[in-house]
Ligand binder design. Structure first.
Ligand SMILES: [Zn+2]
Length: 468
C-alpha cells in the first residue's frame, strides 16, 4: 500500500493551506486555501499543481480564507467531488467565499481602471481570481459531516472530524487508510484553537496517530490571558465613557466580533461597565453571528449556560445588529458613548473607515484594536503611532486614544501547541511542522525535538513524501 502526502501550501509560510493525500486509488486535498502573503500571492493565479478533476474530495478544516479561499477556483477548473466539512463551516465558508469573490471582482475592476489611466499592464491579469458566480457554483458540493462520525471517502480511506476549538465549526481531521492488511493514520491539526476560549469547546486531544501535521503560527510565543482581556476592556469602556467619546473596534467578522460581544456582555452582566449601546456594524459579521446562534450544540458549558439563562452575548440589551448603510450612518448622530464593532479588521476597507473618520481626531474617543495588524495596512499605521493618517482620500490627525488588546488570538500559542502534542501517548512516526513563518516553524520544531525523540521536519513547498 502506497500512501503519499504532498505539501502544496502553508509549508514554511502561514497561508494557502493545502495538502494532497494519495492513497489506494483516492486523491484528496485537505484544505484549499488562499495565499494572502504578498510574496506568495502569485501562487493563487497558477494552475493547480494537480488536475482538479482527478481529485475525489476536499476535506475542509474550517472557514478561514487561508484554508478555503481557493475552492471556487478549484470547482471552476474542473473539481466535481465533495467538499466535506461541518455544517457550521459550510454555512460560514459560503458567507466568506461570496465576500471574497466580491472583493476579487472589485479589485480587478479597480486595477483595470488604474492601468487604463496609467497606460500600463500589471503582472497579473485584470480579471477576478474568481467571481461570485464561481463561488456559488461551489456551494452544492459542500457535504456536511458531524464531529466524531467516520465518513468513507473511497477505497479504504475514511476521515473523521474533531473539534479544533479555533473558530465555530473548525476541525482537526484524522484520516485512516487501509489496504493489503496494512493501516496508516494521518492527523491534520488544522488551526489549533485554545483552551478556555469563550463560546467554543477546547481543542480535541489525540492519543495516537502514525503521522501528524501540526500548525505553528505562534510556535514561538505566549498569549496574554483572558483575565487581562476583561480588565483591559473594562478600563477602556469606563474611561472612554467618562471622557464622553466612542469606542471604535475594527474586527474580523468571524470569531473575533463574536468574542468581543461575549466579553462586553460579561462586563455588563457583572456590572463592571454601565449600560452601553453596542453596534455590530458589519453585514458579514451579523450573518456569521446568526450562524453561531443556529449552532448552540457547538458551544462550551459557560456559553450554553448563558444562552439558557437568556443572557446570550448575541442578544443583550443595547446590542444593535446593523445591516443597511443608512442604519450605519445613523450611528453618527447618537450622542453619548457607544461602541461600534465594524470590519475590516485591519481597516483596509469596509464600514470601519467611516467610523474612524468620525472618531480618530477626537481625543475623547478610543480606537481599540483586537487583532493582528499586518504591515502596510491602515490599522498597522495607527497602532504604530502615526500622527496623521489618510482615510478615504483625506488626511486626519490622530488624537483619539489608541488601545490594543493582544490576548484575543484564535490560535494556540507555544505552550498550547505543546499541550495539544502532549496528548500523543505513542510517538508518531513523523511530525510535520507546517503553517508558520520559516523561523517560527523551525524554532518550534527544535523545541519539540528538545522534549521528545520524535522524528520531525519542517517541509518545503511542493515536497511529496511517502508515508510508510
Ligand atoms: Zn484559521
Amino acid at each position: 500500500m502506497e500512501v503519499t502526502l504532498g505539501f502544496l501550501g502553508a509549508a514554511r509560510n502561514v497561508t494557502g493551506s493545502r495538502y494532497l493525500l494519495k492513497a489506494n486509488n483516492v486523491r484528496l486535498l485537505v484544505d484549499c486555501g488562499l495565499y494572502q502573503e504578498r510574496e506568495f500571492r502569485s501562487r493563487n493565479w497558477n494552475p493547480f499543481p494537480i488536475s482538479p478533476d482527478s481529485l475525489g474530495a476536499v476535506l475542509l478544516t474550517h472557514a478561514h480564507l487561508d484554508h478555503c479561499g481557493l475552492l471556487p477556483k478549484l470547482v471552476r477548473d474542473g473539481f466535481r467531488g465533495r467538499i466535506y466539512c461541518t455544517t457550521a463551516t459550510s454555512d460560514i465558508a459560503q458567507i466568506m467565499l461570496l465576500d471574497s469573490a466580491n472583493i476579487q471582482e472589485e479589485d480587478a475592476e479597480f486595477k483595470r481602471r488604474r492601468h487604463e489611466r496609467e497606460g500600463r499592464k500589471g503582472p497579473f491579469p485584470e480579471v477576478p481570481l474568481y467571481t461570485a458566480d464561481d463561488a456559488r457554483a461551489s456551494f452544492p458540493l459542500f457535504s456536511p459531516v458531524r464531529y466524531g462520525e467516520a465518513i468513507q471517502i473511497g477505497d479504504g480511506v475514511e476521515a473523521t472530524f474533531y473539534d479544533a476549538g479555533h473558530v465555530l465549526g473548525s476541525s482537526m481531521i484524522k484520516v485512516r487508510v487501509s489496504g493489503k492488511g496494512e493501516e496508516r493514520t494521518i492527523l491534520f491539526s488544522g488551526d489549533v484553537g485554545r483552551w478556555n476560549k469563550p463560546i467554543l469547546q477546547d481543542p480535541t486531544l489525540f492519543g495516537e496517530a502514525d503521522y501528524v501535521l501540526v500548525e505553528s503560527t505562534y510556535g514561538d510565543r505566549l498569549h496574554e490571558g483572558s483575565t487581562d482581556i476583561t480588565n483591559m476592556l473594562a478600563e477602556i469602556v469606563n474611561s472612554t465613557r467618562k471622557a464622553g467619546g466612542n469606542i471604535v473596534v475594527p474586527s474580523f467578522a468571524l470569531e473575533r466580533a463574536q468574542e468581543v460581544l461575549y466579553y462586553l456582555n460579561e462586563l455588563l452582566i457583572e456590572d463592571r461597565v454601565p449600560h452601553l449601546v453596542v453596534f455590530l456594524d458589519s453585514p458579514m459579521a451579523v450573518s456569521i453571528t446568526e450562524v453561531f446562534e443556529q449552532h448552540p450544540e457547538l458551544f462550551d458549558r459557560e456559553m450554553t449556560k448563558l444562552v439558557r439563562r437568556n443572557r446570550s452575548p448575541f442578544e443583550f440589551m443595547g446590542l444593535k445588529m446593523v445591516q443597511t448603510v443608512d442604519e450605519s450612518k445613523a450611528i453618527n448622530h447618537i450622542r453619548g458613548t457607544v461602541a461600534v464593532i465594524a470590519g475590516s479588521g485591519m481597516c483596509t476597507g469596509g464600514r470601519i473607515k467611516h467610523h474612524l473618520v468620525r472618531n480618530i481626531s477626537r481625543p475623547e474617543s478610543t480606537i481599540l484594536f483586537v487583532g493582528y495588524q499586518a504591515g502596510g495596512t491602515l490599522g498597522r499605521q495607527i497602532v504604530d503611532g502615526a500622527g496623521e493618517v489618510r482615510i478615504l482620500g483625506q488626511q486626519h490627525i490622530v488624537r483619539a486614544r489608541i488601545a490594543q488588546i493582544h490576548g484575543f488570538s484564535a490560535h494556540a500559542d507555544r505552550d498550547e501547541l505543546f499541550r495539544w502534542l502532549s496528548g500523543l501517548r505513542r510517538p508518531p512516526k513523523h511530525l510535520f511542522v507546517t503553517h508558520g513563518e520559516p523561523q517560527v516553524a523551525e524554532r518550534f520544531a527544535n523545541l519539540v525535538r528538545e522534549k521528545t525523540n520524535w522524528e520531525i521536519s519542517v517541509p518545503h513547498y511542493g515536497v511529496e513524501v511517502v508515508l510508510e
